[in-house]
Design a protein. Structure first.
Length: 267
């Protein structure tokens, strides 16, 4: 380990189980010397295994609905009390589509489901940034990262309305990131990760076929959840102080490929 986060304090949203990118990031942050608070929605905490992660990383859990400003204000205030002041890093690893869960086609959605997924997956990031900004919770040269996917730029039909949510999430990072940089010297970025077999990823129709396709298309192969955790740690560290407003592809090169020999061999 490199002590990249020694003395740094943070908040990690969205860890559910050991398959979660947020879970892997929490483990790596702990190994690199960070202290942090873990948070998720109360229902997700009941469904998952967050207490195990908290025990293993000497962390406290504060339940919060990320779509609730009131919950977020409580989370940020209590986190600063626990951590002893301003925060160095935040990971937003939250996404959900009711239309995907209910197998509603993109061309025939339930718009109440659409609105719920948009609120949880994207607007929640704006709300997190809003509370951090107004409470002046972030330390100078701090880093905020959200996880996204390149369906925000290209068509992946079975990703459904999550593609729209991710596009909005990335726009929020750029727009709110400007104010964070100008006013507090804080970085805001998104990581566009390879398809990853998390609980959410496995809920997408045809996921197994697509992850195999992506593996064959990417010259370096798919980036794993553990790989993504390493990359996230680098963005939390002081080594990336001038990286902000970026959507950073972490996908083994998939995003710049047109076709690969391995894929052509299938035809």
């Amino acid at each position: 380990m490199y002590n990249l986060l020694k003395g740094k304090k943070g908040i990690i949203f969205g860890a559910l189980n050991e398959n979660s990118i947020a879970w892997k990031t929490a483990q790596r942050a702990h190994e690199e010397g960070a202290e942090f608070v873990l948070t998720n929605a109360p229902a997700s905490i009941r469904m998952g295994e967050l207490d195990i992660l908290a025990k293993n990383t000497n962390s406290q859990i504060i339940p919060a609905d990320a779509t609730s400003i009131e919950d977020l204000e409580n989370l940020i205030e209590k986190s600063m009390e626990i951590l002893g002041g301003q925060i160095d890093f935040v990971l937003h690893s939250i996404g959900m589509s009711v239309n995907v869960r209910k197998k509603k086609a993109y061309t025939d959605p339930n718009y109440d489901f659409t609105e719920k997924g948009w609120d949880v997956s994207a607007v929640s990031f704006h709300k997190v940034l809003n509370v951090l900004y107004h409470k002046k919770a972030m330390k100078e040269w701090g880093s905020i990262v959200a996880l996204t996917y390149m369906a925000a730029q290209r068509v992946f039909p079975d990703y459904n309305d999550m593609a729209d949510n991710k596009a909005y999430l990335e726009s929020i990072a750029r727009s709110f990131g400007y104010y964070f940089g100008r006013d507090f010297k804080v970085r805001v970025n998104t990581i566009s990760q390879s398809p990853t077999p998390t609980t959410a990823g496995n809920g997408v129709k045809g996921f197994d076929g697509f992850i195999n396709f992506s593996e064959k298309m990417s010259p370096l192969g798919n980036a794993s959840a553990a790989d993504c955790a390493d990359y996230t740690i680098s963005l939390f560290s002081d080594l990336t102080k001038k990286v902000t407003l970026q959507n950073l592809f972490h996908d083994g090169g998939f995003s710049n490929m047109g076709v690969s020999d391995a894929v052509m061999d299938k035809f």
